[in-house]
Write a protein that binds this ligand. Structure first.
Ligand code: C2O
Length: 613
């Protein structure tokens, strides 16, 4: 079988807040798991380049968080590096625990050098895989790790119990310091330098120079099922993934079960997670198999078009000395990945994802809509600074926007400003619900590509049922944008190409079993419609998970009314948290015993993941 490669990426964000009266039952009775994250520098060598990276507990990728649905997590993060740090628990609903969400300058001030912060939240109604990552600048290039959420004790998976479970986390490796890469790009206004490799569990694999020894190996036995917990933690690239000569069954995305379906290849955007079942060959196959990932790219910029590979290796029986000696000589099969710009694969794959939608795991799609939004998402330009030459389009600087508003990162955390009623001068609640100047989103671009700037949020009353159509623009070329909403899951009720038609397209929406997730790819040159219930008071970020687009301002804030209006109950929990906001540490974390978390160099050995008490 053949092999192929490609890569690229973009990004934006949005954020909202609500207010509230919600008195959720406090999950006080459950188990609490403690973790301690020491953020330190440590030396890592990849592609024959040694550099000092920012990492957690000296591990790369970082430690694995394992917990069951319903459990509380207390994670103490201590910053021992010169950079400001904050950590986001990507995809965790954070019901009424918005202070623990993590985006710097949105829900908290970043943790300064020498300071610490305790993230305190409970996992409610989610099972599957999520991940944590730094949420400031480009530090998530090296600060990331898996979150494994097991079902409640005694509750089975809605599929046969796998023999072993293995996280597979994709990342992006830069030989240079990623902080220097983005700061240079922001300086010049041009596109950032692209990464030098993709990685699987931190390892680039045999298709790169000097990397054969840095290869992820998944060692399996014949006739078994393995649950692979796939995570795309890459900064800027959507990825195709496949394992040669093996079929994958998709069972869960973004920590929500889906109707199982089989596929040879899958697509995963930054910010998405996908659980798949891998059934191994019934007999020892006398061959080894590559698993590869390379980018899906629709934008016009340069991108890292390389391919990361890991190895699926069938373990021979200890008695079978012969085959273990000749492992190297076994035939090696490689998967065929789609072309780098294969949008029809992307569309087709997205259309197969459906909520499981059983009585036990219903798809609670909002059937009525209180408030409709239409957001254009895409790239534009902003003026070059005086007396400078810029490397963006026609001597401008690249910018990214939602409804032509490019997000200006505040210097006060928005949640803090909101909570203390001091939003004046920090943000304005006037984010447009549709573009102010309508234009043909996917037609000939307008002459004026300049965006406006601002820290604007959408304000939603508590329990508003929201429909949001996100429309890609062709202003600087159409491009797929993986949009991520903090604090909520949403249902993907429709998608299409060209301009969204509010008269015709809603009739085709799936309101029965649409997939539920936290990050969705807005199709290149098309639109996607989502619905969600604004039932989680707080201030929530929404943005493109292509980090470069977030750097360029592709984001918005959501302000869910409720913190301000409901006094007693909400105030109590928020004021507790506000102490943490100013970095008062009053919780001492310890490592959660019984949960091992490191990927060793040949760390492919599959193992069961257990949350032990
Ligand atoms: Cu995974 Cu706001 O990010």
């Amino acid at each position: 079988m053949g092999v192929s490669l490609l890569s690229s990426s973009p990004a934006f964000l949005v954020f909202f807040s609500f207010s509230t009266f919600c008195l959720l039952a406090d999950p006080v009775l459950g188990i609490t798991r403690h973790y301690k994250f020491d953020v330190k520098l440590h030396n890592v060598t990849r592609l024959c380049h040694t550099k000092s990276i920012v990492s957690v507990n000296g591990q790369f990728p970082g430690p694995r968080i394992v917990a069951r649905e319903g459990e509380q997590l207390l994670i103490k993060v201590v910053n021992h590096v010169p950079n400001n740090i904050s950590i986001h628990w990507h995809g965790i609903r954070q019901l009424r625990s918005g202070w623990a969400d993590g985006p710097a300058y949105v829900t908290q001030c970043p943790i300064q050098t020498g300071q610490s912060y305790v993230y305190n939240f409970t996992i409610v109604g989610q099972r599957g895989t999520l991940f944590w990552h730094a949420h400031i600048s480009w530090l998530r290039a090296t600060l990331y790790g898996p979150i494994v959420i097991l079902p409640k004790r005694g509750v089975p998976y809605p599929f046969a119990k796998p023999y072993k479970e293995v996280p597979i986390i994709f990342g992006e490796w830069f030989n240079a310091d990623p902080e220097a890469v983005i700061s240079q790009a922001l300086q010049t206004g041009g596109g950032p330098n692209v990464s030098d490799a993709y990685t699987i569990n931190g390892l680039p694999g045999p298709l790169y120079n000097c990397s054969a020894k840095d290869t992820f190996k998944l060692k399996v036995k014949p006739g078994k099922t393995y649950l692979l917990r796939l995570i795309n933690a890459a900064l800027n690239d959507e990825l195709f993934f496949s394992i040669a000569n093996h079929t994958l069954t998709i069972v869960d995305v973004d920590a929500i079960y889906v109707k199982p379906f089989e596929t040879e290849t899958l697509l995963i955007t930054p910010g998405q997670t996908t659980n798949v079942i891998l059934k191994t060959k019934p007999k020892y196959p006398n061959a080894t198999f590559l698993m590869t990932a390379r980018p899906y790219v629709t934008g016009q910029g340069t991108f890292d078009n390389s391919t990361v590979a890991g190895i699926l290796e069938y373990e021979s029986l200890p008695s079978n000395l012969h085959s273990s000696i000749s492992l190297e000589k076994l035939p090696l099969f490689k998967p065929n990945l789609p072309a780098l710009n294969d949008t029809s694969f992307a569309t087709n794959f997205a259309s197969k994802l459906r909520s499981l939608g059983t009585a036990q795991y219903p798809a609670n799609v909002p059937q009525k809509v209180d408030k409709r939004f239409f957001f254009t998402v895409g790239l534009g330009t902003s003026p070059c600074q005086l007396n400078q030459t810029c490397q963006g389009p026609n001597g401008t600087r690249f910018a990214a926007s939602v409804n032509n508003v490019s997000f200006a990162m505040p210097t006060t955390a928005l949640l803090q400003a909101h909570f203390f009623g001091q939003s004046n001068g920090v943000y304005t609640p006037d984010f447009p619900s549709s573009p102010i100047i309508p234009f043909n989103c996917t037609g000939t671009p307008p002459n004026n590509t300049m965006v406006s700037n601002g820290t604007k949020v959408v304000v939603l009353p508590f329990n508003t049922s929201v429909e949001l159509v996100m429309q890609d623009t062709s202003i600087l070329g159409a491009e797929s944008h993986p949009l991520h909403l903090h604090g909520f899951n949403f249902f993907v009720v429709g998608q299409g190409f060209g301009n969204f038609d509010p008269n015709k397209d809603p009739a085709k929406f799936n309101l029965i079993d649409p997939v539920e997730r936290n990050t969705v790819g807005v199709p290149s040159g098309g639109w996607v419609a989502i619905r969600f219930l604004a039932d989680n008071p707080g201030v929530w970020f929404m943005h493109c998970h292509l980090e470069v687009h977030t750097s360029w301002g592709l984001e918005d804030g959501l302000d869910c009314l409720g913190w301000r209006t409901s006094q007693s109950e909400t105030y109590a929990s928020a004021s507790r948290s506000s102490q943490m906001l100013i970095n008062t540490t009053h919780l001492v974390g310890s490592n959660c015993t019984g949960v091992e978390a490191s990927f060793s160099r040949d760390g492919g050995r599959a193992r069961n993941i257990e949350a032990n008490e």
